[in-house]
Write a protein that binds this ligand. Sequence first.
Ligand code: FA5
Length: 332
Amino acid sequence: MLQEIEKRAREIEKEWESNAKEISDLKGLEELRVRFLGRKGLLTQLFPLLKELPPEEKATAGRLLNSLREKIQGEIERLKAELTEREREERLRAEAYDFTLPGMWRPLGKLHPLTQVRLEIERIFMEMGFEVASGPEVETDYYNFEALNIPEDHPARDEWDSFYISDGVLLRTHTSPVQIRVMKSRKPPVRIICPGRCYRRDTPDATHFPVFHQVELLWVEKGLTMAHLKWVIEEFVRQFFGPGYEMRFSADFFPFTEPSAQVHIRRKGGPWLEIMGAGMVDPAVFEEVGYDPEEVTGFAFGLGIERMAMLKYGIDDIRLFFQNDLRFLKQF
Ligand code: FA5
C-alpha cells in the first residue's frame, strides 16, 4: 500500500511538472490547481488512503504527500505572480500610445477667398443696419432688364449680353433684379444688400470673367440724397480696405439710376480698378414697383466681389479665383 501511494505520488509529481511547463495564463493555472489540489484533485484523493496505513508508514506517506502538496502550492504561487505580471505588461503594451508613430494628418479646408470677402462685406453692411436678401440666378427678361428701365431695344443691353435659357429667360447679368423683387414685395423703407452670382458673355481677361459675383445695395426712404450714397460707400471702403487705399467717384450712366456714378479704388500708387456702379434710383423704377417717387428717394449700387478681393490681396488676375489651384487658395 505504501509503495502504491509512493508510486502514485511520483506520477502526480511528474504530471504536475509537465503540465506546469505548459501553463501560459492565469485561467489555465487555476484549472490546473483545481485538477491537482481541488476537493477532488489528483493529490487530494491520495490523502484518505493514509488512514488505511499502519502508523509508521502513515507518517512516512503523510510527509511525502504533504511535501508534494507544499511544492505544488509553492509553484502555483510563483506562477501566479509571474503570470499576473506578464498579463499586466501585455495589457499596458496594448493600451499604450506609441509616441514615435507619425501623427495622423487631416488636411483642413478653408473658405474660398471670394467667400471670405463676401462674408466681410456682409458683416460691414449688417452692422450698418442692412438686411441680406437674395434672388434667383435664372431670371426673366422683365426683372433683369424691363423693370430696370432697360427696354428691349435699349443700347445698354449690349453691355450686359447674357446667356439665355430660353426666350425671355436668362442667367442674370447683375444683382439689380433683386432690387425689383424686394421693392415689389414690401413697402418702404427698404435697406438691403444682396450678394450673388452673375453671368455675362464677357471674354475672360485679367479683370473680367463670365461668372462673377456682385453685392447689390438698395436703400429707399424719405429724404435720401447723393450725400448719403457717398457716405455709405466711403464708410464701407474705409472699413473694408483700411488705410493705404484711394477712392474716386466719376460720372456714369445706368438706365435705372439718375444721376449715376462709378467708383474706382487703387492701392496708393497702383492702377485704378472699377469696383462698382452706383446712383440714385430712377423715378421710372419706383413707378414700376409702385413706390411714389414724390414720396421716397433712394440709392443703389452693385459692386464686384472679385475686384474687391483683387485690390485687398494684391491679385492681378481674376482668373486665379476660378482655377482651384491650391497653391493660390492656401494663401488666404
Ligand atoms: C452693374 O452691373 C449695375 N447693375 C450696377 C449698379 C447697381 C448701378 C445699382 C447702379 C445701381 P456694371 O456692369 O458696371 O454695373 O458692374 C458692376 C461691377 O461688377 C463692376 O464694377 C465690376 O466690379 C463687376 N463686374 C462686371 N462685370 C464683370 C466681369 N465680367 N467680371 C468681374 N467683375 C465684373
